[in-house]
Design a protein around this ligand. Sequence first.
Ligand code: HEC
Length: 141
Amino acid sequence: MRRVIVLAALLAAGCSRDDSAERRARLGPNPGFAQLMRVADAEAGARRFGQCAACHSIAAGGQDRNGPNLHGVYGAKIGQNSARFGYTEALQAQAGTWDAARLDRWLADPRGMVPGTSMAFPGVRDPLDRADLIAYLKTQS
Ligand code: HEC
């Protein structure tokens, strides 16, 4: 039975190389954000980016889709990464740049952080999944 559950978890993760279960076990319950970022895995994040790719390209010079191209978004000014994209005023009114902490809030709950945003995405519940995504965005910046 245990085996079946592990296998199902691996299948759900979409890749047998995913070691997020081990990383989670090492982190223990309620890890802090700094701890999560320390074990974040950009390769796992690249696979998780599949859920963003319907709306976002990430290659340098990639087309905007439903959402803006995200190449270089880590460290960029909020609401300005793609010069051609029609951002909402709500997002453009945000001060500052996309650092790890802001990306974490955004990816957890886009509409919670920026009411009125057009990013129609419910958010990524799992903190380690978000950390992996952020690590990946960083490698593409
Ligand atoms: C259904 C389409 C959709 C999905 C799925 C989606 N996004 Fe977005 N995203 C958008 C839109 C639209 C915007 C622009 C929001 C605005 O202007 O208010 C945006 C904006 C962003 C921005 C800010 C860009 C900037 O220049 O400031 C980041 C970062 C981002 N998305 C990351 C992600 C990540 C990572 C995922 C996957 C976990 C994701 N998005 C999933 C549509 C989407």
